[in-house]
Design a protein around this ligand. Structure first.
Ligand SMILES: [Fe+2]
Ligand SMILES: [Fe+2]
Length: 186
């Protein structure tokens, strides 16, 4: 039997967490006076922008959440509006990290602490957000959604996957595994 749509999202969470775990290590590295290599930093931002924001959040905001609303979950308040707002906050954290990293490279001495804080904020944000989805939202979704709904979600997820393509998925997945090995696993 095919995986449940929420199991697909949970697998994606595990991939995101691999990268998120490395954010604290990078923050510590910078606090100790070292720099993040430019290429690693740009891969990190690419992963957060494409895999987390455009790919994973799209499955939630464009497929799962609207279907839950159709099945009677309120569009406002907790959990759906709250989780959608948190996605926007995550995007803002990433934008802030990019902005302050550029300022740091231009020689702004205050930017270093902002980048470090941004990396830590983004990390703790994702850990909490993912915990809430895995433990609260997804069990609720599986109680509410019928088999037909689950099948429809699987089709919509597959459509979103096709839009980005398997080569890009493999590239981002490899990055997540590599970054975890390099920062945590060694
Ligand atoms: Fe989410
Ligand atoms: Fe999620």
């Amino acid at each position: 039997m095919a995986a449940l749509p929420t199991e697909i999202l949970e697998d994606e969470h595990r991939l995101i967490i691999r990268v998120v775990n490395s954010l604290n290590i990078f923050a510590q590295t910078m606090e100790d006076g070292w720099e993040i290599e430019e290429e690693v930093f740009s891969d990190l931002i690419e992963f957060m922008r494409i895999f987390a924001e455009k790919w994973h959040h799209a499955k939630e905001e464009e497929a799962l959440f609207p279907l839950l609303i159709k099945r009677g979950v309120p569009a406002t308040g907790c959990p759906l509006a709250q989780l959608t707002l948190e996605h926007k906050k995550a995007n803002n954290f990433v934008s802030e990290i990019v902005k302050f990293m550029e300022l740091l490279r231009k020689g702004d001495p205050d930017a270093r602490t902002k980048v470090i804080q941004g990396l830590r904020d983004l990390s703790s944000y994702y850990v909490n957000h993912i915990w809430n989805e895995d433990n609260m939202l997804f069990p609720m979704a599986n109680r509410i959604l019928k088999d037909d709904d689950q099948q429809m979600l699987l089709r919509e997820f597959s459509h979103i996957d096709k839009k980005h393509g398997k080569p890009l998925h493999d590239h981002l997945e490899n990055f997540a595994k590599r970054i975890e090995e390099e920062t945590i696993g060694s």
